[in-house]
Design a protein around this ligand. Structure first.
Ligand code: BES
Ligand code: MN
Ligand code: MN
Length: 457
């Protein structure tokens, strides 16, 4: 619509400036030293939603970081879209690998560099500006509700109970989320699934204290060696996961489904080049798109123990640790997999060590429908602004709360994300293309318009 384009054009510099202000707030949810910043960020989001046109915007305290809830109800008879996003960000470390400070946003080559630029402040803020645009041009076609949380990166611990406690208030027709990626600007796509997550921490204890590695080494098990052996056995020679029962509930895709999935444009050589690896890796018999989209995986996220300071210290450590996460696909349950892992890992331990396994936050996998009016609304919106019909893809990441929107509120989700896989989310030099930011603001009003029109039909 011309009025939308005109409005965006007139205000685009301010949109960008406002995003940069939001990116300056180090709202790192994992780090308690940033608690005040996180609270300040919630207030900024609240103010932004109010000035964009919401009738109501509240900062709702939780046992952890606050949730921002807002709404703009124009007519109860019209459909309601519930937009979800998060204002918290991942820790920025390692700091020395950033070209410019993670909370000192800079634009280089048409890209905004900052922690949260893509995940998820940049993408969440597109929805705030899309509301402003529709509100100021008197073209809002439906009711809007917003949940912008501050604990997504630490497992959305308090959002589930917020949904339970506010079922009535959160009544809506669909959940719309921009917190995923698309293939490229030339190949727009919509993720139609997210993997679940089971996250474990293991502790292996050998002797009851650190020992001199010469005096005792050779006669007492070294917990680091044992841990490494246990970890190495978690994949077999085909890179299949060996945890007993792990694949029991995994559905094999049929030939047609696999073919459709592998039709997405993907260049393995480019992929390897861009990542600086000579060869790809993974479960035998599956393509890279399948390995990251529809197959479950097990990754080591961290491993430590013993002496890692300067110089050499000859020590046989008492303890060794690792953080291990598993990405799950439909029908696998996070807690069930955590239990299978625990039993399996315990069974691997020789008598020379003791093993403690603990379960961290997790989340369930989701598949979003492609035969719904909400999907059609998104598909058409992208076609209207990109000039191309989006390809449905399966994303490898996780957004644990999405399964709960369905379970608690009975709501389906559309994942209309505008990030790119190489936006360096969770990595140094996270970025978001200015063009994607503006394209998102342009596309979102079309979604609302299409969804309202299709709901009426
Ligand atoms: N936005 C991401 C998830 C994502 C990224 C989905 C790219 C699809 C494509 C989200 O903020 C995230 O990082 N989630 C975590 C899980 C959470 C429990 C820490 C993840 O996927 O590791
Ligand atoms: Mn995110
Ligand atoms: Mn994230």
């Amino acid at each position: 619509m011309q009025v939308w384009n005109d409005y965006q054009q007139q205000h685009q510099q301010r949109f960008l400036d406002e995003l940069m202000d939001l990116l300056r707030i180090p709202s790192v949810s994992a780090n308690s030293a940033h608690q005040a910043d996180t609270a300040r960020c919630a207030e900024s989001v609240q103010q932004a939603l109010l000035s964009a046109g919401c009738d109501l915007a509240e900062v709702c305290p939780t046992a952890g970081h606050p949730i921002v809830y807002a709404e703009k109800i124009i007519d109860p008879a019209l459909p309601t879209v519930l937009t979800y996003g998060h204002y918290d960000v991942q820790p920025p470390d390692p700091l020395d690998l950033w070209t410019t400070g993670p909370f000192d946003p800079q634009i280089r080559d048409g890209k905004i560099y900052a922690r949260g630029a893509c995940d998820d402040k940049g993408q969440m803020f597109m929805h705030v500006k899309a509301l402003e645009l529709m509100h100021k041009t008197n073209t809002l076609p439906c009711n809007l509700k917003f949940i912008i949380e501050g604990e997504e990166e630490v497992g959305s611990t308090n959002l589930g109970s917020f949904l339970e406690a506010n079922k009535d208030r959160l009544k809506a027709d669909i959940v719309l989320v921009s917190d995923t990626s698309m293939i490229s600007m030339e190949h727009p796509s919509i993720e139609t699934g997210l993997r679940g997550l089971a996250y474990m921490e293991v502790e292996v204890t050998g002797p009851n204290r650190d020992l001199h590695s010469g005096v005792y080494g050779g006669a007492v098990a070294n917990p680091i060696t044992i841990l490494c052996q246990m970890i190495a056995s978690l994949h077999d020679e085909n890179n299949h996961i060996t945890v007993k029962g792990f694949y029991d509930k995994v559905l094999e895709l049929n030939g047609a489904e696999r073919e459709a999935l592998n039709k997405a444009p993907f260049d393995l050589d480019e992929y390897k080049n861009e990542l600086g690896v000579k060869a790809d890796w993974g479960e035998k018999g599956y393509t890279a798109l399948e390995r990251t989209g529809v197959r479950p995986t097990l990754e080591l996220n961290g491993i430590w123990g013993g002496y890692i300071g300067e110089g050499a210290k000859t020590v046989l450590p008492s303890k060794a640790y690792a953080k291990i996460s598993m990405r799950l696909v439909p029908h696998q349950s996070s807690h069930e997999i955590a239990q299978l892992f625990t039993a399996h890992f315990q069974s691997l331990a020789p008598d020379s060590v003791q093993v403690k396994v603990t379960e961290h936050h997790g989340g369930e996998p989701v598949v979003t429908p492609t035969d719904s009016i909400a999907y059609q609304a998104a598909e058409k919106a992208i076609e209207q602004t990109f000039g191309k019909k989006p390809i449905p893809t399966r994303g490898g990441g996780s957004i644990p709360i999405i399964a709960l929107f369905e379970k608690v509120l009975g709501l389906k989700t559309v994942l209309m994300g505008f990030g790119l896989d190489n936006d360096n989310i969770h990595s140094p030099n996270e970025k978001y293309d200015v063009a994607n930011f503006f394209k998102g603001i342009e596309t979102i009003p079309h979604f609302h318009q299409n969804f309202a029109a299709l709901s009426k039909a």
